[in-house]
Design a protein around this ligand. Structure first.
Ligand SMILES: NC(=O)c1ccc[n+]([C@@H]2O[C@H](COP(=O)([O-])OP(=O)(O)OC[C@H]3O[C@@H](n4cnc5c(N)ncnc54)[C@H](OP(=O)(O)O)[C@@H]3O)[C@@H](O)[C@H]2O)c1
Length: 326
């Protein structure tokens, strides 16, 4: 098969489309003829050599796919040839064929095409895991989402709206209109405004119940200031650094805060299966009705993968970037 690979770790110039062995489905795996895949920040890190795939997983980039079931492992019971599915992978999405366990494949709602369906799994499952499973976000609670116009941010905004929480976001100013359209109550231009001060003002000093963070060190102190009593923070990335010094941990103590971290990629199959099923129970009817939808900023041909990676590297996307294999 053909797959996007890189000659060596490095910039987008290292990317190329070349031959790679076609994966064989075994046991409960199904092989998908990939129609579309979508970019994730992790792909950029993997290309640079900073985020290796978990042991035993495909070395090909790509954490999500949409396509048609093309071959069945010998124990598969849930799918038949030709079914339209999308799902989360630990790797291998940037390729003509990918294998996925039958329990974590999701049927594509009829109203969605492959390009839209490829933009659902990673962003929405990540946001669902963080907000519903970890933070246990409830109706009428308040939430601060950083990088509100990111793939994960646009999914988190919609899930928060579904749950009935009140959301504040940080994002570049030109991305505020999208965040407001997705249900944000207020937007903060983190380049010119201090988000902790805005949160204090908007919550009348009470602070928010939940923070969804991707920045780590650079935001830690202001995140702790922004949280209210019994607040929960879920940290999913460290785009702002891993080492934090001079932080007042008294805030954690006095406000009884909980700080959680998580990565989805390395989770076990049983965990991903349970997560996928719980996610579908809450959301799938809403995708079918159009109440929830993947926000797709731009579709590139997979032959333009270098331009697609550059687009994400320059923080230009609002929502997801999709690669079409058509
Ligand atoms: N732990 C997990 O399980 C998990 C799973 C999926 C994704 N993630 C993480 O979640 C984050 C979002 O992923 P994604 O694929 O949705 O990303 P994305 O669509 O590429 O969006 C990332 C956005 O973050 C903002 N940003 C970048 N650098 C920043 C900085 N230094 N300070 C403030 N904002 C910055 C930019 O928006 P602005 O223009 O608004 O600055 C950028 O467009 C990534 O960090 C990714 O690694 C974690």
């Amino acid at each position: 098969m053909r797959a996007i690979q890189f000659h060596q770790f490095g910039p987008v110039e290292e990317l190329y489309l070349g031959d790679f062995p076609t994966p064989e489905p075994v046991g409960h795996q199904i092989r998908i003829k990939v129609k579309a895949t979508a970019l994730n920040r992790a792909d950029l890190l993997q290309r640079e050599g900073k985020y290796p795939p978990p042991p035993g997983e495909s070395p090909i980039m790509g954490l999500e796919i949409a396509g048609e079931v093309e071959q069945l492992g010998e124990n598969v019971t849930k799918w038949k040839l030709g079914d339209r599915v999308c799902g989360l992978l630990a790797g291998g999405g940037y390729a003509e064929y990918a294998v996925i366990h039958e329990d974590v494949a999701m049927p594509i709602p009829e109203n969605l095409d492959f390009l839209a369906a490829a933009a659902i799994p990673e962003a929405f499952l990540t946001a669902f895991q963080a907000l519903v499973w970890i933070a246990k976000l409830k109706a009428d609670e308040t939430l601060l989402i950083h990088a509100g116009a990111s793939g994960v941010g646009t999914a988190a905004l919609q899930l928060a709206r579904l749950i009935g929480a009140k959301t504040f976001v940080t994002a570049s100013a030109e991305k505020h209109a999208l965040c407001l359209a997705l249900g944000a109550e207020q937007c903060i231009d983190y380049k010119t405004q201090d988000f902790a001060e805005c949160i204090q003002e908007w919550t009348k000093g009470r602070g928010v119940d939940v923070v969804l963070d991707f920045l780590g060190a650079s935001y830690l102190e202001r995140n702790l200031k922004s949280l209210g009593m019994d607040g929960r923070m879920v940290m999913l990335a460290i785009m702002g650094g891993a080492q934090a010094a001079g932080i007042n941990l008294g805030l954690v103590l006095m406000k009884r805060l909980s700080i959680h971290g998580s990565t989805l990629r390395a989770r076990t199959l049983p965990y991903k299966t349970e997560l996928t099923q719980a996610f579908m129970e809450l959301t799938w009817a809403h995708f079918a009705s159009g109440k929830l939808f993947p926000v797709v900023d731009k579709v590139f041909s997979w032959k333009e993968v270098a331009q697609a990676h550059s687009y994400m590297e320059q923080n230009r996307n609002q929502g997801k970037i999709v690669l079409s294999l058509a």
